[in-house]
Design a binder for this molecule. Structure first.
Ligand code: DAH
Length: 342
């Protein structure tokens, strides 16, 4: 068998072959490139080619293989394009593959949901710095000089000239808003806060809060209660129940803590609510007149309420997360559970 001649003939055949029918293209592929195809046979034959001719025949053989492969690929591609446009074999109405856009962090999910609820009550979003001075974080908010929250145990102080610390609550943004805006004021301030606390399943040195502040003429405690109840029903469902317990915060008077009714049916309910059925969701109160005066707002003309809620706490309830540390570990097994596909 004259291998060189045979290969040249096949090269011609490959060159001339054309088809738009998938079965014909497949037959061509099997003939040349299949596991029992021509190429296999020719390479077997190649072993018998005498030394001096080997190089030339080898090159020809490789060329044939290359051209046959290219032919198949280009005919298949042409066929694919053609059938999309003629809608012959590809069903363009089939749903696409789900497109994975990653996942939002559960803290962001809850934060955005809460922001949306207050936006519907015409609150706007305010921001402030995470490195804050003593005036905005403590003094202007009526913290007495010897208040324990100022203590080294709670606050991360920052080694900068001046009296700076990582803000311990988003109430500092209240101060910044009152400083720069005239009433009526209706803002919420979501953000990260820092406390020098031992890390445990229930507490962390970093967490997130949403602060709310409303100042206007004739704002009463009833308005505060109404807003908090509306929020609770939007977030936890229409039949949500709340209760207010008297409390103390330096910047509000009177102050309260708000609990939402969680239920007391399962053993887990007992554990989560410490046997009461109620869960604390936020702190609130009427803005202390001293605070208003610190920002040149006349307490005889204006009154207001403020509240602050912890986002991790609420996210833990919503998603039944039993350890706050999950939020900051970046463990993909945790984060993937919040994945959304479109
Ligand atoms: N700043 C408080 C805290 O970090 C939460 C808070 C309580 C904010 C009462 C308020 C408020 O605006 O009125 O625990």
């Amino acid at each position: 068998m004259n291998l060189r001649k045979t290969i040249t003939e096949y090269l011609g055949e490959v060159e001339e072959f054309t088809s738009a029918a998938s079965d014909e293209i497949e037959a061509f592929r099997v003939k040349y490139l299949g596991s029992k195809g021509l190429m296999k046979e020719l390479f077997k034959e190649f072993k018998n080619v005498p030394g001096p001719e080997r190089k030339e025949v080898g090159i020809l053989l490789n060329e044939l293989k290359k051209r046959a492969t290219e032919k198949v690929t280009s005919l298949q591609a042409a066929m694919g394009n053609a059938s999309v446009s003629t809608e012959s074999s590809i069903d363009v109405t089939r749903p696409g593959f789900p497109y994975n856009v990653g996942s939002r962090h559960p803290v962001s999910l809850v934060m955005n949901e809460i922001i949306d609820i207050f936006r519907r009550m015409s609150f706007t979003v305010a921001e402030g710095p995470e490195i804050e001075d003593d005036w905005h974080n403590f003094t202007s908010l009526n913290f007495p000089e010897e208040h324990p929250a100022r203590d080294m145990q709670d606050t991360f102080f920052v080694d900068l000239p001046g009296n700076f610390a990582l803000r311990t609550h988003t109430s500092s943004v209240q101060a910044r808003v009152m400083e720069s805006q005239e009433p009526p004021i209706r803002v919420i301030a979501p953000g990260r806060v820092y406390r020098n606390e031992a890390i445990s399943p229930r507490s962390h040195c970093i967490f997130h809060q949403i602060e709310g502040l409303l100042i206007d003429k004739d704002v009463s405690f009833a308005d505060l209660k109404l807003h908090v109840l509306y929020f609770a029903r939007q977030f936890f469902g229409e039949d949500a129940r709340i209760r207010l317990r008297p409390s103390y915060f330096p910047f509000t008077e009177p102050s309260a803590e708000v609990d939402v009714y969680w239920g007391l049916e399962t053993e887990a309910d007992y554990r989560i609510t410490k046997g009461t059925g109620w869960l604390e969701i936020l702190g609130c109160g009427m803005v202390d007149p001293n605070v208003l005066r610190n920002f040149d707002i006349d307490p005889k003309e204006y009154s207001g309420f403020a509240f602050g809620l912890g986002i991790e706490r609420i996210a833990m309830l919503r998603y039944e997360i039993d350890d706050i540390r999950w939020f900051y570990e970046n463990d993909a097994r945790f984060l993937n559970q919040f994945r959304q596909t479109f």
